[in-house]
Design a protein around this ligand. Structure first.
Ligand code: 5AD
Ligand code: SF4
Length: 451
């Protein structure tokens, strides 16, 4: 008999991929995904602890689920992901209505754990060892050969190429929640992408906390190659139309990798290169191991190799000790690079990070004001950047819609809405669209006559 599974995912693409894996794993035991906790047999919250706000959302949702469980005592509630990894103990003590706590490296145990709970062999299941056991390759093979789960965007998939992080940026919780860096063997990755491409997947995003150091540390097997070689191998797989990757650390961005943007056709000219701050003093305290100048050198080299490349970044405002001049330097950097987009955040203390103990914390109202200022400037620049597309013909990969209006994305990830007057497209199809209007978050256009 089928059972209803509701997964709520917070945080990054790594978590989204983990949720997909969980869905596929549990599909083999008859679990069917639903889109509401109401009436579900199992609710899993796949959590993020990167910033305080993300973690608070998890705890408030867990509070709401307590009531759901009162009206449906058979409901099983589980917590997975980074908060489970770091706060497992705390959840165990404070949240008796949570039946299942699963750390970032234990998701493959979920079917057995749920089985024990439903058979009432146990009343609570907890697994949060963080030992980089890297059980992924064999399991992923098993999973990708299973019937595909009804993922919303079947034409576009993530593929994990490595786990963990060795960088220890002073503000970051990831080494604590995801463990040490470890790379999957290239043959496994290539095999996974080949299978996905043969199932009709058109766009692949290779995922890792720092893909630039792929194959450099803690090799699982003979990952004798670097990331640039991996990209070339994956790009050669038949059927793929677009290739992307995330995330990169500027200090490890090598010339061979930058050259890929000039030499690999299907590699989208869209690059997320988190800079975090425009002040060298702040970068040093963040332990980022690069300077604003060396970052700008790489930006220039990338633009030399691929003039149409669109750059996006991450910014933290209000890092401990950030002066007004430091913040102005961040605004200057934004004006210099003119990023197409930024993910910008107020600094928050995270457990077991070095910056949590730094002096000179910035008051909340100063952080809010700086964030607002940064985002206003970025919005203006994003609008200018998007306006550059007006009158141009762009290639759009269709995501959804019908003949009256479609939605899709350009190679640089801009969202495009377009009317198609009688023509029909399936998700994953490519359309040529002429852009008529630009907003800060999306573009509008019409089908080009030569489509
Ligand atoms: N406070 C605020 N932002 C953070 N990030 C990571 N840790 C913190 C923190 N403690 C941001 C960084 C990173 C992105 C994923 O989240 O900008 O690149
Ligand atoms: Fe959040 Fe980082 Fe964990 Fe991703 S790896 S879920 S961003 S804490």
């Amino acid at each position: 008999m089928s059972k209803n599974l509701y997964i709520k995912t917070f945080g990054c693409q790594m978590n989204e991929r983990d949720s997909e894996i969980i869905e596929q794993l549990l599909a083999q035991d008859g679990y069917v995904p639903t889109d509401s906790a109401v009436g579900a047999d199992v609710v899993l919250i796949n959590t993020c602890s990167i910033r305080e706000k993300a973690e608070q959302k998890v705890f408030s949702l867990l509070g709401q689920l307590r009531e759901e469980k009162t009206s449906n005592p058979n409901l099983l509630i589980g917590v997975t992901g980074c908060v489970a990894q770091q706060e497992g103990e705390h959840i165990r003590e404070r949240m008796p209505h949570v039946d299942l706590i699963v750390g970032t490296q234990q998701i493959y145990q979920l079917p057995e754990m749920l089985d024990r709970l439903t058979q009432r062999v146990s009343v609570r299941e907890i697994a949060t060892d963080l030992e980089a056991n890297f059980a992924i390759p064999p399991f992923q093979k098993l999973l990708i050969n299973a019937p595909p789960s009804p993922a919303p965007h079947g034409f576009r998939r993530f593929v994990t190429i490595m786990q963990g992080c060795n960088n220890y940026c002073s503000y970051c919780v990831v080494p604590g929640t995801r463990g040490r860096e470890i790379s999957r063997p290239m043959a496994d990755i290539v095999e996974e992408v080949e299978i996905l491409a043969s199932q009709g997947v058109k766009e692949i995003t290779l995922l890792g906390q720092n893909v630039n150091s792929y194959g450099m540390t803690n090799k699982v097997a003979e990952t004798e190659v670097g990331f640039a070689q991996l990209l070339r191998q994956v790009a050669a797989i038949k059927g793929l139309r677009r290739l992307r990757f995330t995330t990169s650390h500027p200090k490890d961005l090598s010339e061979p990798l930058m050259r890929c943007f000039a030499e690999i056709d299907i590699l989208c000219p869209h690059f997320h290169l988190p800079v975090q701050s425009g002040s060298n003093a702040v970068l040093e305290r963040m332990h980022r191991k690069y300077t604003v100048e060396s970052y700008l050198d790489k930006v220039n080299r990338l633009r030399q190799l691929r003039p149409d490349i669109a750059l996006a970044t991450d910014i933290i405002v209000g890092f401990p000790g950030e002066t007004e001049a430091d913040f102005q330097a961040t605004l200057d950097l934004l004006r210099t690079v003119r990023f197409h987009g930024s993910f910008s955040f107020k600094y928050s203390d995270r457990p077991h990070t070095r910056s949590a103990d730094f002096a000179d914390k910035i008051p909340e109202e100063v952080k809010s004001r700086r964030l607002q200022e940064y985002q206003t400037l970025q919005d203006d620049i994003s609008l200018e950047r998007n306006s550059e597309s007006i009158g141009r013909k762009v290639e759009v990969m269709v995501e959804s819609g019908d003949h009256t209006a479609y939605r899709g994305r350009t190679p640089i990830n801009q969202v495009v809405h377009f009317a198609a007057e009688g023509q029909s497209f399936a998700p994953g199809d490519l359309a040529r669209v002429t852009i008529d209007q630009a907003g800060k978050h999306s573009l509008k256009g019409r089908l080009s006559s030569d489509t």
